[in-house]
Design a protein around this ligand. Structure first.
Ligand code: ZN
Length: 293
């Protein structure tokens, strides 16, 4: 089976729209203007935790991750996902921190890990057990198209995942089969969220972190939240932009915390990524730590 190996090939499947080109141009103006009127050194020195996550790192994106980590390491310290979560829960954010994660378990995430290793950064990889190690081309094609809106891509095996853990990375849960929590009946949710907890715990030793698919607030629900924490997870993540700050020493109940993560596509220009991160820091608010429902 032919898998997509480069970002160029992905663009043939998902061509850039006129709207996204205009957006990119506007962002270039905005980020350049913002940078002229703000000191990034000052903004980035704010003690906070900024979560960033990717989905894919195709061959032609590897150098971009390297460059991004290099740029962020000037003002930030990288921490593991578990460390980041505990710091928010215990009200202990003493420095500017960045935490990297990746969703969906594509095979090319192994290349992301190789770059993270070079910088001694521990990432968290959120996977869907139903597609781990899948070899059947028809099932891969259907999953990628229906669940990820993607062309056929290779997925990691359980051996790959064990190797990530040996390298010091963490494994998170992303539902059994990448469902939309808000649109799924209650009995199926128990299986998708709770069942995913059990599989990851059995395969990886622990299953502390959950990130729900699609990531908008409207893709999750109060019921999803209840099942998530009842299943045993210690954290739940969205894909809402923003960073986390705390009041020193003030503890948060794990079931009240909704992690915000900024989605990054590695081919985006680095100034755009830095702009998003600076904007988040400028708008930092403890209210960002909590579920909207
Ligand atoms: Zn996903």
């Amino acid at each position: 089976m032919e898998f997509v190996e480069t970002y160029r090939q992905l663009l043939q499947y998902k061509p850039e729209t006129a709207r996204s080109r205009v957006r990119k141009m506007a962002l270039s103006f905005l980020s350049a203007g913002y940078r002229l009127s703000h000191s990034y050194a000052k903004i980035f020195s704010l003690p906070r935790i900024q979560f960033l996550y990717i989905h894919h790192i195709f061959q032609d994106e590897e150098k971009n991750l390297d460059r991004m980590l290099q740029a962020l390491s000037v003002h930030h310290q990288f921490i593991s996902y578990s460390d980041a979560v505990e710091r928010i829960l215990t009200g202990n954010i003493d420095k500017p921190y960045i935490c990297i994660s990746s969703d969906d378990g594509l095979k090319n995430n192994l290349s992301a890990a190789a770059v993270l290793n070079k910088f001694r950064v521990s990432g968290c990889f959120f996977v869907c057990p139903s597609i781990v190690g899948e070899k059947d081309p028809a099932r891969i094609e259907a999953f990628a198209r229906q669940r990820l809106h993607f062309p056929p891509v290779e997925f990691m095996t359980w051996e790959d995942i064990a190797e990530l853990q040996r390298q010091g990375h963490e494994i998170g849960a992303h539902t059994l089969s990448h469902i939309n929590v808000a649109g799924t009946p209650a009995d199926q949710l128990e299986e998708e969220i709770g069942g995913c907890y059990d599989v990851i715990r059995q395969r990886c030793g622990s299953s502390d972190h959950f990130a729900y698919p699609y990531g908008r607030y409207s893709d999750f629900s109060g019921l999803g939240r209840e099942i998530t924490f009842r299943s045993g997870y210690r954290s739940c993540a969205s894909a809402a932009r923003g960073c986390h700050i705390v009041a020193d020493g003030v503890k948060t109940n794990p079931a009240d915390l909704l992690i915000r993560r900024d989605h990054i596509v590695l081919t985006w220009p680095l100034p755009h990524i830095l702009y998003f991160i600076a904007r988040n820091a400028s708008a930092a608010d403890v209210k960002n730590n909590y579920f909207p429902y």
